[in-house]
Design a protein around this ligand. Structure first.
Ligand code: ISL
Length: 556
């Protein structure tokens, strides 16, 4: 296999709404991103994945697009976008756009036309069905609560929406829909965009007949729309029409619920689909029965089993995407680490893991300074449509205890990741001179980028070092992965081997010292510390790992 640039790259995800506001309207924008490009260059990242910045009525913060060829007014203009692209490229930073084409906004001209009449040329761009016995055509539910069908009084049919009702699903069976998508992709690529992150890319193909799904506590109907019957045909067509013509472009698909065998197809080296996909398995271990709002604490062995499985299964056949957080997930330090006494140590430990695994790592904004979950006191402080819908369903209609359910939201809610980026300790964390669209996390006086850049022991400065280490160490990128002591409930230990180079990664996932001996881990003649989150890491003799210690050794 030829080594590709996107395998060696480190990606930084920007959620533009919450990154940096340049004009004081309380909403982050494209010029704000330009202001912070030097910061990103200093961090050392290679690629920005930009969450959607297209025209949108914002029913789901830009994941509901009404014009794929223009920019959301709050974020700026098309010219601002070209400027951002140029400024990023000057700094050798590439830009991926978010391609949201499972659905559009209901305010997209296609849908406006489609809903006008059953004979509209655009009717078949979406999925319309008659009522069955006066009810929805099937029992599928939306990812954001309630039925996935919405009745349209005008034309007396239902349309499908796997997300909110303002996000009607496109009908990918229709070849015109697919060629519209290829054209949108070419439009941005021809202007110099470097690739795409494909939103819910494994939901495009729905099983014909749209059968009723198995009733579960999670989303109903998944078996009929996730990795559906034609999904790989669609990606082969995308490859043929677009991807193969832009050999330098990068593609990453968001594939919730994807199993290893499917991922090998989507992201295989020889399958002619995408470069890689985001799998979700490690982010679902803290839920019971597929219900995101029923929380449990997984054992470390479960977490390791999942991550190690993806490392070994894809090795040599497909490529992983590595992430611990994004705009839909809780903050990683609050979820997998310790956001109290050992915030710094555990944040550094988690990213030592991420950047020493096989695959392309993604750092979500704010993770590089160890930002934490937020505990807003009441439901009114939250903005996210998913949070409000589930609150309505479980608390208002379902009678769940509001205080108890608030704790679930404080742990799981997507707004944990969406509070504004904490730049400094001035008002609104330096994010905006206006009133931020979502309140800042009150801990910004201690946790902010300015303080972190100045402090030698900070998460930011360690992250810089980690990224540099990753860039200089092919074994960290490409090495074969082999886990050691998988039964440990306290340590995650693994080796990476690439030709004659060997790395040993030792991670303490607890707030207690843990005994560990290198001799238990590997046969080696000499070991040398490559990088560690402690100034005095565990020696190569038998010793104790400090709380949340992460130490990487070269084994020669
Ligand atoms: O599978 C899930 C939970 O069980 C969800 O995480 C789901 O896959 C995810 O919410 C899909 O996310 C993407 O598409 C949504 C948008 O709201 C998210 O922000 C985006 O990342 C609809 O476009």
């Amino acid at each position: 296999m030829i080594e590709k640039w996107w395998q060696k790259a480190v990606v930084y995800q920007i959620y533009p709404r919450s990154f940096m506001d340049s004009d004081g309207d309380g909403i982050g924008d494209l010029n704000g991103i330009v202001m912070k490009l030097d910061y990103l260059q200093e961090l050392g990242i290679d690629v920005i994945w930009l969450s959607p910045c297209y025209k949108s009525p914002n029913a789901d913060n830009g994941y509901d697009i009404s014009d794929y060829r223009d920019i959301m007014e709050e974020f700026g203009t098309l010219n601002d976008f070209w400027q951002l692209l140029e400024e990023a490229h000057k700094r050798n930073i590439r830009i991926l756009m978010d391609l949201v084409v499972n659905h559009t906004s209901d305010e997209h001209p296609w849908f406006i036309e489609s809903r006008k009449s059953r004979d509209s040329k655009f009717r078949d761009y979406y999925i319309w069905r008659d009522a069955v016995d006066g009810h929805e055509p099937n029992n599928w539910t939306s990812f954001f609560s309630g039925s996935a069908w919405k009745w349209d009084e005008e034309t007396k049919q239902y349309y499908l929406h796997l997300f909110v009702d303002k996000q009607p699903d496109l009908n990918w069976e229709n070849p015109s829909v697919r060629s519209e998508v290829w054209n949108i992709m070419r439009y941005w690529l021809d202007k110099g965009v470097d690739g795409f992150r494909l939103d819910v890319c494994n939901l495009y193909s729905k099983t014909p007949g749209l059968p009723d799904g198995k009733v579960t506590k999670g989303v109903i109907g998944r078996e009929y729309f996730q990795d559906g019957p034609k999904i790989h045909d669609y990606f082969h067509e995308m490859y043929d029409k677009v991807i193969s013509r832009y050999p330098e472009m990068m593609t990453v698909g968001e594939a919730s619920g994807v199993a290893v065998n499917e991922a090998k197809k989507y992201a295989g080296f020889d399958t002619h689909e995408m470069n890689m996909v985001f799998q979700f398995e490690h982010t679902t271990l803290d839920q019971n029965n597929g219900d995101r709002w029923d929380i449990r604490k997984p054992r470390l062995t479960e977490f390791k089993r999942v991550l190690s499985k993806w490392q070994t299964e894809l090795d040599g056949v497909a490529w992983n995407s590595l992430y611990l957080a994004n705009h839909d997930q809780p903050r990683s330090v609050s979820r997998f680490g310790n956001d109290g006494k050992y915030r710094r140590e555990s944040a550094k430990m988690l990213y030592t893991m991420l950047l020493t695994m096989q695959g392309t790592p993604y750092i979500y904004q704010g993770e590089e300074i160890g930002m934490t979950n937020v505990k807003f006191p009441s439901i009114d402080c939250y903005n996210d449509v998913e949070i409000h819908n589930i609150w309505q369903k479980r608390v208002v209609e379902g009678g769940a205890d509001p205080e108890e359910f608030m704790k679930v939201i404080q742990y799981r809610g997507r707004d944990n990741a969406r509070t504004p980026m904490q730049w400094d300790d001035t008002e609104n964390a330096g994010f905006s001179t206006g009133k931020p669209w979502l309140s800042v996390n009150p801990n910004y006086r201690e946790i902010n980028a300015e303080a972190d850049r100045k402090s030698p022991d900070s998460v930011f400065n360690y992250m810089k070092e980690l990224i540099r280490f990753r860039h200089e160490t092919p074994a960290a990128v490409f090495g074969h992965f082999e886990e050691i002591c998988p039964e440990s409930e306290t340590l995650y230990v693994y080796q990476r081997t690439y030709g004659d180079d060997r790395l040993l990664v030792v991670l303490n996932f607890t707030d207690q010292p843990q005994e560990f001996s290198l001799a238990d881990a590997a046969d080696f003649s000499a070991a040398e510390v490559a990088i560690s989150n402690y100034k005095k890491p565990i020696g190569t003799e038998k010793g104790c790992l400090q709380p949340y210690e992460a130490t990487v050794f070269y084994l020669r």
